[in-house]
Design a protein around this ligand. Structure first.
Ligand code: G
Ligand code: G
Ligand code: MN
Length: 641
């Protein structure tokens, strides 16, 4: 090289390896800074590894420059020692990292930490001893050679430690991830061997880079869950599209653990290892997706897995064995790909709709009927969306039915409950159990309530015009709606525009266990009560009733659910409980309404249990609201003002 009078580096060294190492580490640092990465404890370790490796590579460059410039003096030996120290530190971090990602127990982690730290101290002490003292103050190249041998021994020992450790924890991690790491380690050995065969010392730092890149990509840049081998649910659509365009039929296997559905609680350990092992072992080309809390889906190509039915049975029986020990609840859904679903990427919503109706701890194989049910509910959902968007309070698709309620005090049907039905072109009349949950899940429920309230108010207005004495009609409102900041405004507006007074309307609410719901509920009820609107507590006795909560909310009427009527008919003890509850409520100035009164016996019993109102098939089924006039008492002609 012209311009340099003497060689810059020793013969067996070129800075290319170290510079490349620093450059790549730098790129990794940039990627770390600019991508979203979950700050797991393993990631925090990884964040230490990269700068340490940069430091080691830089020291290595300085050291090699120093040999030529300064000769074998103290500064060179310090650099030489630092180089070994930083590389061994990287090794130490590797060991800690493996312990961390494989979730080793605390005590094992501690043993590893102490053991490997002792190893480092031992090697560095030996290194320092031989370099500084062993040379008797007159160091020379042979000392470097000796120190290098010590370092090589450390390198080999640590490599072996890492590989053994990986082999030990392999069963705890997803196999495909492990293969990635083994591959990167193999590369490192290869480079190290070639370098030594060539009498080179330039690429030692570079050999650390392969595992580092593998760690970054597999563990941190990729949404892999290494304990399960699942990848993020967002990739599911891509894979399905890929299968579909390549006309590859596939099988999907969905595992849902309802108890792990809330918060970010993770799958139990036993399930993780079972899923990880069985997917890799039993199904060729299988891919796992983590699609939600406590929910994973496995896909595998059908053609590459002839006889998969039998394997599925094996997996299921293994699963049942595990369950006997760990007792978690589950729902398993298995099905084969169908073009119509692949095209719409609708497997997840299909599975959700099946979950709704299937029992816990069962396995459900998807049938044609399921697909039809799903088609039906997606049609309903589309209609709901359209109703929501149209914002038409007179939307003809939303019908109001009414169930007359018998008032024991007046002996007349002067109140009623409004109940929603949908009338849709393709499928006719639809009942609430088929659409309320959809409307709630997708945020369309409030529009439906507004339509029902509007139509109910109009009917009340007409009834009064024709001289019918309707005391009030109650409308069901979903607790979710109360969170809408315009809720009260909407309700008050609709009532006011209809020309009926607020006390002709009541709102039925069910209990909620949610603390924040409670406070929202209370403030909204208070606001609407000022307008004269009455409040009913619906379905009392079906949830986990919290009496303290109920008493804090200013309800007017408590609706005892049909299940309470049934149970008081079934046992004397239950009857006493229900009767006492009802009497407690009525002494506290609530009115008690019994729902689901079907027989004379039901009626007699309810009358004896502090009833103010009775509702049920005994009196009338829900009827179209236009027919309510047949039930509601009419004023005497002469008495009219
Ligand atoms: O009669 P029926 O099958 O309609 O009622 C079934 C359930 O659907 C009842 O629990 C009732 O509370 C609910 N429901 C009926 N109509 C409405 C409505 O307009 N809004 C809401 N949120 N729920 C309703
Ligand atoms: O909103 P709520 O959960 O109260 O809705 C009342 C539900 O109970 C409606 O689905 C209505 O059709 C139903 N229902 C009304 N009367 C009876 C009855 O006497 N027996 C039974 N089993 N159900 C009834
Ligand atoms: Mn109701």
């Amino acid at each position: 090289m012209p311009g340099f009078a003497y060689p810059v580096f020793p013969d067996n060294y070129t800075p290319v390896g170290d510079i490349a190492t620093i450059a790549v580490c730098y790129v990794v640092l940039i990627l770390m800074a600019f991508s979203y990465i979950r700050k797991s404890s393993s990631y925090l370790l990884f964040r230490l590894i990269v700068p340490t490796l940069i430091f080691a590579a830089a020291i290595n460059v300085f050291y090699n420059v120093a040999i030529i410039r300064l000769g074998y003096g103290l500064p060179v030996f310090i650099l030489h020692w630092l180089r070994h120290a930083s590389l061994l530190l990287v090794f130490q971090l590797f060991v800690l990292y493996i312990a961390e990602v494989s979730n080793l127990s605390g005590s094992r982690k501690r043993i590893l930490r102490l053991g490997s730290a002792a190893l480092i101290v031992l090697f560095l002490a030996a290194d320092a001893f031989f370099t500084f003292f062993g040379s008797a103050g007159r160091p020379g190249p042979e000392i470097i050679l000796r120190s290098n041998r010590i370092f090589m021994a450390g390198y080999i020992l640590y490599s072996v430690l890492c590989v053994v450790l990986m082999a030990l924890v392999q069963k705890r991690l997803y196999m495909r991830v492990m293969l990635g790491f083994y591959g990167s380690v193999l590369l490192s050995f290869l480079v190290m061997t070639v370098q030594y065969a060539d009498g080179q010392v330039s690429f030692t730092c570079l050999t650390f880079l392969f595992p580092v890149i593998a760690m970054f990509y597999i563990m941190h840049a990729n949404p892999y869950d290494v304990m399960m081998g699942t990848i993020d649910g967002s990739a599911l659509g891509d894979v399905i599209r890929d299968y579909y365009t390549r006309k590859k039929p596939f099988v999907y296997f969905s595992l849902f653990l309802p108890n792990y559905d809330s918060g970010d609680s993770e799958f139990p350990h036993a399930i993780r290892s079972l899923v990880r092992q069985s997917s890799f072992k039993y199904f060729r080309g299988s891919i796992l997706f983590h699609v939600g809390n406590g929910h994973m889906i496995m896909l595998f190509p059908a053609q590459r897995n002839p006889g998969y039915e039998e394997r599925i049975s094996q997996v299921l029986s293994a699963f049942r064995d595990q369950r006997r020990i760990y007792r978690y609840e589950y729902k398993i859904v298995v099905g084969e790909s169908v073009d119509a679903l692949s095209l719409k990427n609708a497997y997840l919503p299909l599975i959700h709709s099946i979950h709704r109706t299937m029992e816990e701890n069962t396995v459900h194989r998807v049938t044609k009927a399921d697909l039809e049910t799903y088609d039906r509910s997606s049609y309903i959902l589309k209609q709901l969306e359209d109703i929501h968007k149209s914002q038409d309070l007179d939307d003809p698709r939303v019908l109001v039915y009414c169930q007359p309620v018998y008032n024991l005090q007046t002996g007349q049907y002067d109140t009623a409950e409004a109940l929603m039905r949908l009338k849709l072109d393709e499928i006719g009349l639809v009942f609430p159990d088929q659409f309320i949950y959809l409307a709630e899940e997708h945020g369309y429920i409030h529009m439906l309530t507004k339509i029902i309230l509007h139509k109910t108010c109009k009917a009340i207005y007409r009834l009064r015009l024709t001289g019918h004495e309707i005391a009030r009609i109650s409308v069901n409102v979903s607790v979710l709606e109360l969170k809408d900041e315009h809720f009260c405004e909407d309700i008050i507006g609709i009532i006011a525009r209809s020309g009926v007074s607020g006390d002709k309307v009541a709102i039925e609410l069910t209990e909620s266990q949610n603390e924040s719901d409670f406070h929202v509920m209370k403030s909204k009820i208070d606001e609407l009560k000022e307008k004269g609107i009455k409040f009913y507590l619906d379905d009392f006795g079906t949830g986990y009733s919290n009496m303290e909560r109920i008493m804090e909310l200013p309800f007017d009427i408590i609706k005892f659910d049909r299940s309470m009527v049934l149970s008081s008919g079934a046992s004397h003890r239950s009857e006493k409980i229900v009767a006492d509850l009802a009497s407690l409520f009525s002494r506290l100035d609530y009115s008690v309404l019994y729902e689901g009164v079907e027989t004379d016996a039901d009626e007699r019993m309810c009358r004896d249990m502090s009833a103010s109102y009775l509702q049920g098939y005994k009196f009338s089924r829900p009827v179209p609201i236009a027919d309510l006039q047949d039930w509601v008492p009419k004023k005497e002609k002469g008495a009219q003002p």
